[in-house]
Write a protein that binds this ligand. Structure first.
Ligand code: CTP
Ligand code: ZN
Length: 159
């Protein structure tokens, strides 16, 4: 009989060189694929969704072969999944491991979810201020000053 551990290895196999984006909040993997534009990546990208996790119950996971993602690129991930771990792999070994850091400002990555906001109708930058209140992420638009919850952002960044 196959153990759970064996099944996990068979589902998403180890990579030689690249980045493993681990402990993604379940349900957020495809938003992160979109955020990091991984659909344009020329090498293998493996996506696991709702994998068993001892820490979170269920997690998503993305393995990107042949690319070392930088902390700047990957900190954006924290707005959708603040506990995410980044593992840089070289010759099948984890050579660096870090947890993403929530950025204070998100510039020109996400649009304001308010359809009436001036930033969605004029040639302006998109600037959102990020805050964490009692563990929950909130974002405030620089232009319309409205406050948005994680759920509102998830909805406006569909995948
Ligand atoms: N991994 C991989 N390919 C490798 C090495 C590791 O895909 N050549 C993956 C593992 O499957 C795991 C992640 O990278 O999902 C981190 O590996 P490791 O640090 O060995 O695992 P854990 O100790 O379980 O990590 P953590 O403590 O962060 O949960
Ligand atoms: Zn706005």
């Amino acid at each position: 009989m196959m153990t759970n551990e064996t099944q996990k290895v068979l589902t998403v196999s180890a990579i030689e060189d690249g980045t493993v984006i681990d402990h993604i909040q379940s349900g957020q993997a495809l938003r992160i694929v979109r955020l990091l534009k991984l659909s344009h990546h020329p090498q293998r990208v493996s996506i696991g969704m709702n994998l068993p996790s001892s820490r979170f119950g269920l997690k998503d996971l993305i393995k990107v072969e042949g690319k070392e993602l930088t902390p700047e690129e990957t900190n954006q991930i924290a707005i959708f999944s603040p506990q995410t771990t980044l593992n840089i792999i070289k010759d099948y070994r984890v050579i660096k491991k870090f947890t993403v850091t929530l950025p204070e400002v998100i510039e020109n990555i996400l649009e304001c979810p308010n359809p009436h906001c001036i930033s969605n109708h004029a040639d302006t930058n998109h600037t959102l201020y990020v805050n964490r209140v009692r563990g929950k992420i909130q974002m405030r638009c620089k232009y319309c000053d409205k406050l948005f919850t994680q759920d509102e952002f998830n909805e406006s960044f569909a995948c």
